[in-house]
Design a protein around this ligand. Structure first.
Ligand code: URP
Ligand code: ZN
Ligand code: ZN
Length: 461
């Protein structure tokens, strides 16, 4: 049996850094040690002068997802290819239960999208939109079957779940050993503001930020935490963007509540001025919550540093400019919400965080691999450099310089959100379950090679 040996690198985990070789066999990390001797047929990769990191885990993606009248542009192949180029080897997508469906139908539908197409390993958060007696009964069975996290939207007309059902979901999921993630924005506030702005003739993309103010995220975050607290349910607040809501999460955590905050790369590297770009160009930056001011952005970096925010995801939900224009040329509120980022999340976070001295290498690994694995039941199989764990590894070159552009991105969308921006640091080689799938700028991942990862107990981080 041939092995893959990564030689001469510095292994970086969330705990520290050390020089060692790694031998991978049968898709697993078989050995970590000094001067591992290669046998006949072994593949040797040099990591001299580079770091060896755990493969990234993006727990917030929307592949092939119908939303706001369109479907996200990346499927499980193109989205996964971008992930591999950016040093990410696993993701958790959302299996949506649409009205009238069972939770089992939801996961079956999403498995059908992934099978034969996935190039990286995947799991599903079950997005509940229709809580009925039979849905209630399904929750513990879903947790047993490896879907240990659920998603609830507190806004969006087609998806919103109101407090009585949210409280019940928190009770049932918490009781079954799972975690509830919430999209925390106040439903009434955005509806009212959208109506008011449109009535005043304010239809351009820049009004999106005005329609979804920080108060909306703050109120919903506080409410979700209060509801979760009633039953001690583990909570995860996705895509946090606002200073005030992050402060509330910090206070709740200090008080012992098992709540985890996630932010996304676009909030860390862009601000709301982007939405005011010439003509319809601001539409390319539309996502919810919206990009905010520098004051909010600074608070996010501070919260990453002080461990209030424990995960950085992409919220990869790319819609083409063609689709944005088709839906929302005359009304910002109809532009499908979401941006691309799975390929750029690690290089941008390295560039703006580690290279600028705002994050340590260990913290980078923690928020992009180890914490996501622990919080969502993938640890220790994934998220670390552990003997017996999956050989999902990245030879990371801190000196790599890349200019992000449509030419280099793998996303099927028709623009690059970060066009022309130079990043420092990136994946020289990406290895998934022992297989080299990205090297020297070339992909070699067969669609269908990605596997479903049943997830177990969630942990507080
Ligand atoms: O704008 C966003 N975030 N779109 C994707 C759906 C969601 O709310 O996460
Ligand atoms: Zn959301
Ligand atoms: Zn999302």
């Amino acid at each position: 049996m041939s092995r893959t040996i990564i030689r001469g690198g510095t292994i970086a985990t969330s705990e520290g850094r050390f020089a060692a070789d790694i031998a991978c066999a049968n898709g697993l990390i078989a050995e970590i040690g000094q001067d591992i001797v290669a046998g006949e047929g072994d593949l040797e990769l040099s990591a001299e002068g580079k770091l060896v990191l755990p493969g990234g885990i993006d727990v917030h993606t929307h592949f092939s997802e119908p939303f706001m009248g369109m479907v996200t542009a990346d499927d499980f192949t193109t989205g996964g290819e971008g992930a591999l180029a950016g040093g990410i080897t696993s993701h958790i997508d959302f299996a949506f239960q649409y009205k009238g469906e069972t939770l089992q139908q939801a996961v079956d539908n999403w498995h059908a999208r992934a099978e034969g197409r996935a190039v990286i390993d995947y799991g599903f958060h079950v997005a509940i939109t229709d809580l009925r007696p039979d849905t209630r009964d399904e929750i513990p069975r879903m947790v047993e079957a490896g879907y240990s996290s659920f998603k609830v939207f507190m806004t969006y007309p087609a998806l919103v779940v109101f407090d009585d059902d949210l409280l019940e979901i928190l009770r049932l999921v918490g009781g079954a050993g799972g975690r509830v993630s919430v999209h925390a924005e106040n439903y009434a506030m955005s509806n009212s503001l959208i109506e008011t702005l449109l009535a005043e003739g304010k239809t351009e993309p820049r009004w999106h930020a005005v329609a979804r103010p920080w108060m909306s995220e703050w109120e919903a975050t506080v409410r979700a935490m209060a509801l979760a607290r009633v039953y001690g349910a583990p909570l995860y607040v996705v895509h946090m963007s606002a200073e005030a809501s992050v402060a509330e999460v910090a206070a709740a955590r200090a008080d012992g509540q098992p709540v985890i905050g996630e932010t996304c790369i676009h909030y860390l590297v862009m601000t709301e001025e982007k939405l005011a770009a010439e003509g319809f160009e601001g539409a390319r930056y539309i996502c919810s919550p919206p990009l905010r001011t520098k004051q909010h952005q600074d608070a996010l970096w501070a919260a990453l540093h002080d461990r209030t925010l424990q995960v950085v995801g992409s919220d990869h939900a790319p819609f083409t400019m063609a689709d944005r224009r088709k839906m929302g040329a005359d009304d910002f509120s109809k532009i499908p919400n979401g941006v691309a980022g799975i390929e750029q999340v690690r290089p941008l976070l390295w560039s703006e965080g580690v290279a600028k001295g705002r994050l340590s290498v260990e913290r980078f690994v923690e928020v992009t691999a180890t914490n996501p694995a622990r919080a969502f039941g993938m640890w220790p199989r994934k998220g670390g450099v552990v003997v017996g764990g999956d050989a999902d590894l990245v030879i990371w070159d801190p000196d790599l310089r890349t200019v992000l552009s449509m030419e280099t991105t793998h996303s099927a969308t028709d623009y690059c959100l970060y066009e022309g921006r130079e990043v420092h640091g990136g994946a020289a080689v990406t290895i998934s379950r022992g297989e080299v799938v990205w090297q020297d700028g070339k992909l070699s991942a067969r669609p269908g090679r990605g596997r479903f990862v049943p997830r177990t107990e969630v942990a507080h981080v």
